[in-house]
Write a protein of this length. Structure first.
Length: 526
Protein backbone atom coordinates (compact mmCIF):
# COMPACT_ATOMS: atom_id res chain seq x y z
CA UNK A 1 0.00 0.00 0.00
CA UNK A 2 2.88 2.37 0.87
CA UNK A 3 4.58 1.68 -2.49
CA UNK A 4 1.32 2.39 -4.29
CA UNK A 5 0.88 5.70 -2.43
CA UNK A 6 4.36 6.85 -3.43
CA UNK A 7 3.86 5.78 -7.04
CA UNK A 8 0.44 7.38 -7.36
CA UNK A 9 1.61 10.66 -5.78
CA UNK A 10 4.42 10.94 -8.30
CA UNK A 11 2.07 10.12 -11.18
CA UNK A 12 -0.51 12.64 -9.91
CA UNK A 13 2.09 15.42 -9.65
CA UNK A 14 3.27 14.80 -13.20
CA UNK A 15 -0.28 14.44 -14.49
CA UNK A 16 -1.48 17.68 -12.91
CA UNK A 17 1.42 19.57 -14.48
CA UNK A 18 0.56 18.03 -17.82
CA UNK A 19 -3.10 18.91 -17.24
CA UNK A 20 -2.21 22.61 -17.01
CA UNK A 21 -0.54 22.37 -20.42
CA UNK A 22 -3.49 20.41 -21.84
CA UNK A 23 -5.96 23.04 -20.60
CA UNK A 24 -3.92 25.78 -22.31
CA UNK A 25 -3.75 23.73 -25.52
CA UNK A 26 -7.40 22.61 -25.19
CA UNK A 27 -6.44 18.94 -25.44
CA UNK A 28 -7.75 17.58 -22.11
CA UNK A 29 -8.44 13.84 -22.36
CA UNK A 30 -11.62 12.09 -21.11
CA UNK A 31 -11.47 10.36 -17.71
CA UNK A 32 -11.18 6.85 -19.14
CA UNK A 33 -7.94 7.81 -20.91
CA UNK A 34 -6.20 9.18 -17.81
CA UNK A 35 -3.26 7.00 -16.68
CA UNK A 36 -3.54 7.97 -13.01
CA UNK A 37 -7.20 6.99 -12.83
CA UNK A 38 -6.43 3.67 -14.49
CA UNK A 39 -3.92 2.99 -11.70
CA UNK A 40 -6.54 3.94 -9.09
CA UNK A 41 -9.06 1.58 -10.68
CA UNK A 42 -6.59 -1.31 -10.70
CA UNK A 43 -5.70 -0.76 -7.04
CA UNK A 44 -9.36 -0.48 -6.00
CA UNK A 45 -10.18 -3.74 -7.78
CA UNK A 46 -7.42 -5.52 -5.80
CA UNK A 47 -8.46 -3.99 -2.45
CA UNK A 48 -12.19 -4.73 -2.94
CA UNK A 49 -11.40 -8.33 -3.74
CA UNK A 50 -10.06 -8.66 -0.18
CA UNK A 51 -12.86 -8.13 2.38
CA UNK A 52 -10.31 -7.30 5.10
CA UNK A 53 -9.16 -4.18 3.24
CA UNK A 54 -12.41 -2.20 3.18
CA UNK A 55 -10.89 0.75 5.08
CA UNK A 56 -7.94 0.96 2.68
CA UNK A 57 -10.28 0.73 -0.30
CA UNK A 58 -12.37 3.57 1.12
CA UNK A 59 -9.29 5.75 1.57
CA UNK A 60 -8.05 5.09 -1.97
CA UNK A 61 -11.57 5.74 -3.30
CA UNK A 62 -11.65 9.18 -1.68
CA UNK A 63 -8.28 10.12 -3.20
CA UNK A 64 -9.36 8.81 -6.60
CA UNK A 65 -12.60 10.80 -6.55
CA UNK A 66 -10.77 13.97 -5.47
CA UNK A 67 -8.33 13.60 -8.38
CA UNK A 68 -11.12 12.65 -10.82
CA UNK A 69 -13.02 15.82 -9.88
CA UNK A 70 -10.04 17.96 -10.93
CA UNK A 71 -9.52 16.15 -14.24
CA UNK A 72 -13.21 15.93 -15.10
CA UNK A 73 -13.84 19.60 -14.33
CA UNK A 74 -11.13 20.54 -16.80
CA UNK A 75 -12.59 18.17 -19.40
CA UNK A 76 -16.16 19.43 -18.79
CA UNK A 77 -15.01 23.04 -19.18
CA UNK A 78 -13.30 22.15 -22.44
CA UNK A 79 -16.38 20.36 -23.79
CA UNK A 80 -18.66 23.25 -22.75
CA UNK A 81 -16.39 25.75 -24.48
CA UNK A 82 -16.19 23.67 -27.67
CA UNK A 83 -19.93 23.03 -27.82
CA UNK A 84 -20.82 26.65 -27.06
CA UNK A 85 -18.60 27.73 -29.97
CA UNK A 86 -20.36 25.17 -32.17
CA UNK A 87 -23.77 26.45 -31.03
CA UNK A 88 -22.83 30.00 -31.99
CA UNK A 89 -21.58 28.73 -35.33
CA UNK A 90 -24.84 26.87 -35.95
CA UNK A 91 -26.88 29.94 -34.97
CA UNK A 92 -25.04 32.10 -37.47
CA UNK A 93 -25.42 29.42 -40.11
CA UNK A 94 -29.14 29.12 -39.41
CA UNK A 95 -29.67 32.88 -39.71
CA UNK A 96 -27.86 32.83 -43.05
CA UNK A 97 -29.90 29.83 -44.28
CA UNK A 98 -33.16 31.54 -43.31
CA UNK A 99 -32.13 34.77 -45.04
CA UNK A 100 -31.10 32.87 -48.19
CA UNK A 101 -34.34 30.85 -48.31
CA UNK A 102 -36.50 33.95 -47.85
CA UNK A 103 -34.55 35.87 -50.50
CA UNK A 104 -34.71 32.95 -52.91
CA UNK A 105 -38.46 32.52 -52.35
CA UNK A 106 -39.13 36.24 -52.78
CA UNK A 107 -37.09 36.31 -55.99
CA UNK A 108 -38.92 33.26 -57.34
CA UNK A 109 -42.35 34.70 -56.50
CA UNK A 110 -41.50 38.03 -58.12
CA UNK A 111 -40.85 36.25 -61.43
CA UNK A 112 -44.17 34.38 -61.39
CA UNK A 113 -47.60 35.60 -62.45
CA UNK A 114 -49.76 32.49 -62.10
CA UNK A 115 -51.48 32.41 -58.68
CA UNK A 116 -51.20 28.64 -58.35
CA UNK A 117 -47.48 28.70 -59.13
CA UNK A 118 -46.98 31.51 -56.60
CA UNK A 119 -48.73 29.44 -53.90
CA UNK A 120 -46.54 26.45 -54.76
CA UNK A 121 -43.41 28.61 -54.52
CA UNK A 122 -44.48 29.99 -51.12
CA UNK A 123 -45.32 26.49 -49.85
CA UNK A 124 -41.93 25.17 -50.94
CA UNK A 125 -40.26 28.15 -49.26
CA UNK A 126 -42.14 27.48 -46.01
CA UNK A 127 -41.15 23.80 -46.23
CA UNK A 128 -37.51 24.77 -46.71
CA UNK A 129 -37.71 27.06 -43.65
CA UNK A 130 -39.29 24.27 -41.62
CA UNK A 131 -36.55 21.82 -42.64
CA UNK A 132 -33.86 24.38 -41.83
CA UNK A 133 -35.37 24.98 -38.39
CA UNK A 134 -35.53 21.24 -37.67
CA UNK A 135 -31.91 20.79 -38.73
CA UNK A 136 -30.84 23.73 -36.56
CA UNK A 137 -32.74 22.41 -33.53
CA UNK A 138 -31.15 18.98 -33.98
CA UNK A 139 -27.67 20.55 -34.19
CA UNK A 140 -28.26 22.57 -31.02
CA UNK A 141 -29.68 19.48 -29.28
CA UNK A 142 -26.51 17.52 -30.12
CA UNK A 143 -24.33 20.29 -28.65
CA UNK A 144 -26.35 20.42 -25.45
CA UNK A 145 -26.39 16.63 -25.31
CA UNK A 146 -22.59 16.58 -25.51
CA UNK A 147 -22.37 19.07 -22.61
CA UNK A 148 -24.80 17.00 -20.57
CA UNK A 149 -23.02 13.73 -21.38
CA UNK A 150 -19.67 15.12 -20.21
CA UNK A 151 -21.08 15.69 -16.71
CA UNK A 152 -22.99 12.38 -16.72
CA UNK A 153 -19.72 10.55 -17.56
CA UNK A 154 -18.06 12.34 -14.65
CA UNK A 155 -20.81 11.28 -12.21
CA UNK A 156 -20.84 7.68 -13.47
CA UNK A 157 -17.05 7.47 -13.18
CA UNK A 158 -17.14 8.75 -9.61
CA UNK A 159 -19.86 6.26 -8.73
CA UNK A 160 -17.67 3.44 -10.05
CA UNK A 161 -14.77 4.71 -7.92
CA UNK A 162 -17.09 4.73 -4.89
CA UNK A 163 -18.20 1.18 -5.68
CA UNK A 164 -21.63 2.26 -6.93
CA UNK A 165 -22.45 4.71 -4.14
CA UNK A 166 -24.21 7.91 -5.20
CA UNK A 167 -23.60 11.46 -4.06
CA UNK A 168 -26.54 13.79 -3.40
CA UNK A 169 -24.78 16.93 -4.65
CA UNK A 170 -23.66 15.21 -7.86
CA UNK A 171 -27.13 13.79 -8.49
CA UNK A 172 -28.84 17.14 -7.95
CA UNK A 173 -26.35 18.90 -10.24
CA UNK A 174 -26.77 16.20 -12.89
CA UNK A 175 -30.56 16.49 -12.79
CA UNK A 176 -30.36 20.27 -13.02
CA UNK A 177 -27.92 20.17 -15.96
CA UNK A 178 -30.09 17.57 -17.68
CA UNK A 179 -33.14 19.84 -17.25
CA UNK A 180 -31.33 22.98 -18.48
CA UNK A 181 -29.71 21.27 -21.49
CA UNK A 182 -32.99 19.67 -22.57
CA UNK A 183 -35.16 22.68 -21.79
CA UNK A 184 -37.52 23.89 -24.52
CA UNK A 185 -39.82 26.81 -23.88
CA UNK A 186 -42.53 25.38 -26.14
CA UNK A 187 -42.54 22.07 -24.26
CA UNK A 188 -42.37 23.84 -20.89
CA UNK A 189 -45.41 25.98 -21.71
CA UNK A 190 -47.28 22.95 -23.07
CA UNK A 191 -46.63 21.04 -19.84
CA UNK A 192 -46.91 23.92 -17.38
CA UNK A 193 -48.67 26.79 -19.15
CA UNK A 194 -51.93 26.18 -17.32
CA UNK A 195 -50.16 26.13 -13.93
CA UNK A 196 -48.37 29.38 -14.78
CA UNK A 197 -51.70 31.02 -15.69
CA UNK A 198 -53.32 29.77 -12.46
CA UNK A 199 -50.33 30.96 -10.41
CA UNK A 200 -50.63 34.42 -11.96
CA UNK A 201 -54.36 34.39 -11.15
CA UNK A 202 -53.62 33.56 -7.48
CA UNK A 203 -50.98 36.30 -7.30
CA UNK A 204 -53.50 38.81 -8.69
CA UNK A 205 -56.07 37.67 -6.10
CA UNK A 206 -53.53 38.08 -3.29
CA UNK A 207 -52.78 41.63 -4.46
CA UNK A 208 -56.42 42.62 -5.06
CA UNK A 209 -57.83 41.21 -1.79
CA UNK A 210 -56.47 43.87 0.63
CA UNK A 211 -56.99 46.67 -1.91
CA UNK A 212 -60.69 45.77 -2.18
CA UNK A 213 -61.08 45.75 1.60
CA UNK A 214 -61.46 41.96 1.94
CA UNK A 215 -58.36 41.50 4.08
CA UNK A 216 -55.23 39.41 3.58
CA UNK A 217 -55.88 36.35 1.40
CA UNK A 218 -52.43 34.83 1.83
CA UNK A 219 -52.59 34.08 5.54
CA UNK A 220 -51.94 30.88 7.49
CA UNK A 221 -55.57 30.67 8.58
CA UNK A 222 -56.83 30.90 4.98
CA UNK A 223 -54.29 28.34 3.74
CA UNK A 224 -55.36 25.87 6.43
CA UNK A 225 -59.01 26.46 5.53
CA UNK A 226 -58.27 25.68 1.87
CA UNK A 227 -56.47 22.49 2.91
CA UNK A 228 -59.40 21.54 5.17
CA UNK A 229 -61.87 21.99 2.33
CA UNK A 230 -59.55 19.97 0.08
CA UNK A 231 -59.23 17.11 2.57
CA UNK A 232 -62.44 15.20 1.86
CA UNK A 233 -62.39 16.07 -1.84
CA UNK A 234 -58.93 14.53 -2.00
CA UNK A 235 -60.50 11.09 -1.45
CA UNK A 236 -62.87 11.54 -4.39
CA UNK A 237 -60.07 12.68 -6.71
CA UNK A 238 -57.83 9.79 -5.66
CA UNK A 239 -60.67 7.40 -6.44
CA UNK A 240 -61.62 8.80 -9.82
CA UNK A 241 -57.95 9.21 -10.81
CA UNK A 242 -57.59 5.45 -11.25
CA UNK A 243 -60.57 5.35 -13.60
CA UNK A 244 -59.25 8.26 -15.68
CA UNK A 245 -55.89 6.46 -15.85
CA UNK A 246 -57.62 3.64 -17.77
CA UNK A 247 -59.33 6.20 -20.04
CA UNK A 248 -62.58 6.12 -18.07
CA UNK A 249 -64.44 8.41 -15.70
CA UNK A 250 -66.94 8.26 -12.82
CA UNK A 251 -70.21 10.18 -12.70
CA UNK A 252 -71.45 8.46 -9.54
CA UNK A 253 -69.05 10.17 -7.13
CA UNK A 254 -71.60 12.74 -5.94
CA UNK A 255 -74.17 10.05 -5.07
CA UNK A 256 -71.51 7.90 -3.41
CA UNK A 257 -70.75 10.88 -1.18
CA UNK A 258 -74.41 11.27 -0.32
CA UNK A 259 -74.79 7.52 0.31
CA UNK A 260 -71.85 7.30 2.71
CA UNK A 261 -72.64 10.60 4.43
CA UNK A 262 -76.30 9.72 5.03
CA UNK A 263 -75.30 6.32 6.39
CA UNK A 264 -72.74 7.93 8.72
CA UNK A 265 -75.20 10.62 9.79
CA UNK A 266 -77.88 8.06 10.64
CA UNK A 267 -75.52 5.98 12.79
CA UNK A 268 -73.80 8.89 14.57
CA UNK A 269 -76.92 11.01 15.22
CA UNK A 270 -76.87 12.10 18.90
CA UNK A 271 -80.51 11.06 19.49
CA UNK A 272 -83.19 9.00 17.83
CA UNK A 273 -83.16 9.68 14.08
CA UNK A 274 -85.72 11.98 12.50
CA UNK A 275 -85.54 10.17 9.15
CA UNK A 276 -88.01 7.40 8.48
CA UNK A 277 -85.95 5.25 6.14
CA UNK A 278 -88.12 3.43 3.54
CA UNK A 279 -91.14 4.02 5.77
CA UNK A 280 -89.65 2.10 8.71
CA UNK A 281 -89.49 3.37 12.25
CA UNK A 282 -86.68 5.92 12.82
CA UNK A 283 -83.48 4.16 13.92
CA UNK A 284 -81.82 4.76 17.25
CA UNK A 285 -78.14 3.84 17.68
CA UNK A 286 -77.56 5.75 20.91
CA UNK A 287 -77.49 2.53 22.92
CA UNK A 288 -74.32 1.37 21.18
CA UNK A 289 -70.85 2.46 22.34
CA UNK A 290 -69.44 5.34 20.30
CA UNK A 291 -66.39 3.37 19.15
CA UNK A 292 -68.68 0.67 17.77
CA UNK A 293 -70.88 3.24 16.04
CA UNK A 294 -67.85 4.88 14.42
CA UNK A 295 -66.55 1.52 13.18
CA UNK A 296 -70.01 0.58 11.90
CA UNK A 297 -70.44 3.91 10.09
CA UNK A 298 -67.05 3.69 8.39
CA UNK A 299 -67.53 0.02 7.48
CA UNK A 300 -71.00 0.53 6.00
CA UNK A 301 -69.96 3.69 4.15
CA UNK A 302 -67.06 1.84 2.50
CA UNK A 303 -69.08 -1.32 1.88
CA UNK A 304 -71.99 0.46 0.20
CA UNK A 305 -69.69 2.58 -1.97
CA UNK A 306 -67.64 -0.48 -2.96
CA UNK A 307 -70.86 -2.37 -3.76
CA UNK A 308 -72.12 0.25 -6.23
CA UNK A 309 -68.63 0.93 -7.60
CA UNK A 310 -68.21 -2.80 -8.24
CA UNK A 311 -71.58 -2.79 -9.98
CA UNK A 312 -70.28 -0.16 -12.43
CA UNK A 313 -66.93 -1.89 -12.71
CA UNK A 314 -68.43 -5.27 -13.57
CA UNK A 315 -70.36 -3.95 -16.55
CA UNK A 316 -67.37 -1.93 -17.77
CA UNK A 317 -64.89 -4.78 -17.35
CA UNK A 318 -67.12 -7.65 -18.52
CA UNK A 319 -69.18 -6.05 -21.30
CA UNK A 320 -66.77 -3.24 -22.27
CA UNK A 321 -69.39 -0.60 -21.44
CA UNK A 322 -67.74 2.79 -21.13
CA UNK A 323 -67.54 3.91 -17.47
CA UNK A 324 -69.43 7.05 -18.45
CA UNK A 325 -72.55 4.90 -18.91
CA UNK A 326 -72.01 2.35 -16.14
CA UNK A 327 -71.27 5.00 -13.50
CA UNK A 328 -74.15 7.17 -14.73
CA UNK A 329 -76.41 4.17 -14.16
CA UNK A 330 -75.05 3.73 -10.63
CA UNK A 331 -75.56 7.44 -9.99
CA UNK A 332 -79.23 7.29 -10.98
CA UNK A 333 -79.87 4.13 -8.93
CA UNK A 334 -78.28 5.59 -5.78
CA UNK A 335 -80.05 8.92 -6.27
CA UNK A 336 -83.43 7.24 -6.59
CA UNK A 337 -82.90 4.95 -3.59
CA UNK A 338 -81.69 7.78 -1.37
CA UNK A 339 -84.46 10.24 -2.20
CA UNK A 340 -87.15 7.58 -2.07
CA UNK A 341 -85.77 6.13 1.15
CA UNK A 342 -85.30 9.42 3.01
CA UNK A 343 -87.87 11.58 1.18
CA UNK A 344 -85.02 14.07 0.78
CA UNK A 345 -84.99 14.80 4.53
CA UNK A 346 -81.55 15.74 5.99
CA UNK A 347 -80.43 13.27 8.64
CA UNK A 348 -79.34 16.06 10.96
CA UNK A 349 -76.01 16.68 12.60
CA UNK A 350 -73.88 13.96 14.18
CA UNK A 351 -72.89 13.78 17.83
CA UNK A 352 -70.97 17.03 18.59
CA UNK A 353 -68.34 15.25 20.70
CA UNK A 354 -67.33 12.81 18.00
CA UNK A 355 -67.67 15.54 15.37
CA UNK A 356 -65.05 17.58 17.18
CA UNK A 357 -62.92 14.47 17.80
CA UNK A 358 -62.55 13.70 14.07
CA UNK A 359 -63.66 16.79 12.17
CA UNK A 360 -62.64 19.52 14.62
CA UNK A 361 -59.43 21.52 14.97
CA UNK A 362 -56.39 21.61 17.22
CA UNK A 363 -55.51 25.02 18.65
CA UNK A 364 -51.90 25.78 17.73
CA UNK A 365 -51.59 29.17 19.36
CA UNK A 366 -52.00 32.87 18.72
CA UNK A 367 -50.52 34.72 15.74
CA UNK A 368 -51.01 38.48 15.22
CA UNK A 369 -53.95 38.46 17.60
CA UNK A 370 -55.70 35.51 15.90
CA UNK A 371 -56.00 31.94 17.13
CA UNK A 372 -54.45 29.53 14.65
CA UNK A 373 -56.13 26.14 14.52
CA UNK A 374 -55.13 23.03 12.57
CA UNK A 375 -57.93 21.04 10.87
CA UNK A 376 -57.91 17.37 11.91
CA UNK A 377 -59.35 16.24 8.57
CA UNK A 378 -56.04 17.05 6.89
CA UNK A 379 -54.42 14.05 8.63
CA UNK A 380 -56.59 11.31 7.02
CA UNK A 381 -56.20 13.08 3.66
CA UNK A 382 -52.40 12.87 3.95
CA UNK A 383 -52.66 9.18 4.84
CA UNK A 384 -54.91 8.58 1.80
CA UNK A 385 -52.42 10.35 -0.48
CA UNK A 386 -49.57 8.16 0.78
CA UNK A 387 -51.62 4.96 0.38
CA UNK A 388 -52.63 5.89 -3.17
CA UNK A 389 -49.05 6.84 -4.05
CA UNK A 390 -47.77 3.52 -2.70
CA UNK A 391 -50.34 1.51 -4.68
CA UNK A 392 -49.67 3.38 -7.91
CA UNK A 393 -45.88 3.35 -7.69
CA UNK A 394 -44.75 0.44 -5.53
CA UNK A 395 -47.08 -2.45 -6.35
CA UNK A 396 -47.57 -4.78 -9.30
CA UNK A 397 -51.22 -3.74 -9.37
CA UNK A 398 -50.13 -0.12 -9.87
CA UNK A 399 -47.88 -1.05 -12.79
CA UNK A 400 -50.72 -3.07 -14.31
CA UNK A 401 -53.00 -0.01 -14.02
CA UNK A 402 -50.64 1.96 -16.24
CA UNK A 403 -50.33 -0.97 -18.66
CA UNK A 404 -54.11 -1.39 -19.00
CA UNK A 405 -54.59 2.37 -19.33
CA UNK A 406 -51.89 2.65 -21.98
CA UNK A 407 -53.12 -0.25 -24.13
CA UNK A 408 -55.56 -2.81 -22.72
CA UNK A 409 -55.11 -5.22 -25.64
CA UNK A 410 -51.32 -5.20 -25.35
CA UNK A 411 -51.65 -5.68 -21.58
CA UNK A 412 -53.89 -8.71 -22.10
CA UNK A 413 -51.42 -10.22 -24.59
CA UNK A 414 -48.59 -9.75 -22.08
CA UNK A 415 -50.50 -11.83 -19.52
CA UNK A 416 -52.22 -9.13 -17.44
CA UNK A 417 -55.76 -9.95 -16.33
CA UNK A 418 -57.50 -6.81 -17.64
CA UNK A 419 -60.84 -7.75 -16.04
CA UNK A 420 -59.26 -8.18 -12.59
CA UNK A 421 -57.27 -4.93 -12.88
CA UNK A 422 -60.34 -2.97 -14.00
CA UNK A 423 -62.44 -4.40 -11.17
CA UNK A 424 -59.63 -3.67 -8.73
CA UNK A 425 -59.54 -0.03 -9.82
CA UNK A 426 -63.30 0.35 -9.33
CA UNK A 427 -63.13 -1.35 -5.92
CA UNK A 428 -60.22 0.89 -4.88
CA UNK A 429 -62.23 3.91 -6.01
CA UNK A 430 -65.18 2.72 -3.91
CA UNK A 431 -62.96 2.45 -0.84
CA UNK A 432 -61.70 6.01 -1.30
CA UNK A 433 -65.26 7.28 -1.87
CA UNK A 434 -66.46 5.48 1.24
CA UNK A 435 -63.74 6.97 3.43
CA UNK A 436 -64.29 10.45 1.99
CA UNK A 437 -68.08 10.19 2.40
CA UNK A 438 -67.65 9.09 6.02
CA UNK A 439 -65.52 12.18 6.72
CA UNK A 440 -67.88 14.43 4.74
CA UNK A 441 -70.55 13.85 7.39
CA UNK A 442 -68.27 15.61 9.89
CA UNK A 443 -68.29 18.78 7.78
CA UNK A 444 -72.01 19.25 7.02
CA UNK A 445 -75.48 17.85 7.71
CA UNK A 446 -75.90 14.94 5.32
CA UNK A 447 -78.83 14.49 2.96
CA UNK A 448 -79.58 12.82 -0.37
CA UNK A 449 -78.30 15.99 -2.07
CA UNK A 450 -74.93 16.04 -0.31
CA UNK A 451 -71.96 16.07 -2.71
CA UNK A 452 -73.83 17.66 -5.60
CA UNK A 453 -71.26 18.48 -8.32
CA UNK A 454 -68.38 16.79 -6.51
CA UNK A 455 -67.88 14.34 -9.37
CA UNK A 456 -67.14 17.19 -11.79
CA UNK A 457 -64.72 18.83 -9.37
CA UNK A 458 -62.91 15.50 -8.83
CA UNK A 459 -62.65 14.79 -12.56
CA UNK A 460 -61.55 18.35 -13.32
CA UNK A 461 -58.93 18.24 -10.55
CA UNK A 462 -57.40 15.08 -12.03
CA UNK A 463 -57.32 16.50 -15.55
CA UNK A 464 -55.81 19.78 -14.38
CA UNK A 465 -53.26 17.70 -12.46
CA UNK A 466 -52.11 16.01 -15.66
CA UNK A 467 -53.91 12.65 -15.53
CA UNK A 468 -54.70 12.12 -19.19
CA UNK A 469 -58.14 11.17 -20.46
CA UNK A 470 -56.29 9.22 -23.16
CA UNK A 471 -55.16 6.71 -20.52
CA UNK A 472 -51.88 5.44 -19.12
CA UNK A 473 -50.46 8.85 -18.13
CA UNK A 474 -50.62 10.58 -14.78
CA UNK A 475 -49.27 10.76 -11.25
CA UNK A 476 -50.88 10.88 -7.82
CA UNK A 477 -49.23 14.23 -7.17
CA UNK A 478 -51.17 15.56 -10.17
CA UNK A 479 -54.50 14.67 -8.57
CA UNK A 480 -53.37 16.23 -5.27
CA UNK A 481 -52.24 19.46 -6.95
CA UNK A 482 -55.46 19.57 -8.97
CA UNK A 483 -57.66 19.30 -5.89
CA UNK A 484 -55.77 22.07 -4.09
CA UNK A 485 -55.88 24.29 -7.20
CA UNK A 486 -59.63 23.89 -7.66
CA UNK A 487 -60.42 24.31 -3.97
CA UNK A 488 -58.09 27.31 -3.76
CA UNK A 489 -59.71 28.83 -6.85
CA UNK A 490 -63.18 28.55 -5.35
CA UNK A 491 -61.99 29.93 -2.02
CA UNK A 492 -60.23 32.90 -3.66
CA UNK A 493 -63.26 33.82 -5.74
CA UNK A 494 -65.56 33.53 -2.71
CA UNK A 495 -63.11 35.56 -0.60
CA UNK A 496 -63.19 38.32 -3.22
CA UNK A 497 -66.99 38.28 -3.28
CA UNK A 498 -67.33 36.91 -6.83
CA UNK A 499 -70.83 35.61 -7.58
CA UNK A 500 -71.14 31.84 -7.20
CA UNK A 501 -72.53 31.51 -10.72
CA UNK A 502 -69.51 33.25 -12.22
CA UNK A 503 -67.25 30.81 -10.40
CA UNK A 504 -68.56 28.06 -12.67
CA UNK A 505 -67.34 30.11 -15.64
CA UNK A 506 -63.78 30.17 -14.26
CA UNK A 507 -63.87 26.44 -13.54
CA UNK A 508 -65.21 25.70 -17.01
CA UNK A 509 -62.46 27.72 -18.70
CA UNK A 510 -59.76 25.99 -16.67
CA UNK A 511 -61.22 22.56 -17.44
CA UNK A 512 -61.46 23.09 -21.20
CA UNK A 513 -57.94 24.54 -21.25
CA UNK A 514 -56.58 21.50 -19.36
CA UNK A 515 -58.29 19.02 -21.69
CA UNK A 516 -57.17 20.98 -24.77
CA UNK A 517 -53.55 20.94 -23.62
CA UNK A 518 -53.81 17.23 -22.85
CA UNK A 519 -55.15 16.58 -26.35
CA UNK A 520 -52.33 18.60 -27.96
CA UNK A 521 -49.73 16.65 -25.97
CA UNK A 522 -51.39 13.37 -26.96
CA UNK A 523 -51.35 14.32 -30.65
CA UNK A 524 -47.68 15.29 -30.41
CA UNK A 525 -46.86 11.90 -28.86
CA UNK A 526 -48.63 10.16 -31.73
Amino acid sequence: MADFNEEIEQLQTQSLKQLEQDIAAKTVKPLNEDEVLKKYQEQLALLRADSSKKAEAKEVSKKAVAYANIVSQAYINQVNEEQTALENQYKEGYKKRVADIKASTADRVSRLSNKEEINVAKYEGDSALFDAKNKFQNEIAKCRGAKNQAYIDHVMFNRALRDGKTNLKEDMTMNWKNYVNNFKMSKFMLDNGLYVAILIFFIVCVIIAPLSGNGQLLSLANILTILEQSSTRMFYALGVAGLILIAGTDLSVCRMVALGSVTTGLILHPTKNIVSFFGMEPWDFTGLPMAGRLAMALFLSITLCVLFSSFSGFFSAKFKIHPFISTLSAQLIIYGLLFFGTSGTPVGSIDPKVKDLIGGRWILGELNGDYITFPKLIIPAIIAIFVAWFIWNKTTFGKNMYAVGGNAEAAAVSGINVFAVTMGIFIMAGIFYGCGAFLEAFRANASAGTGQGFELDAIAACVVGGISFNGGIGKIRGAVIGVIIFTGLTYCLTFLGIDTNLQFVFKGLILIAAVALDSVKYLKRK
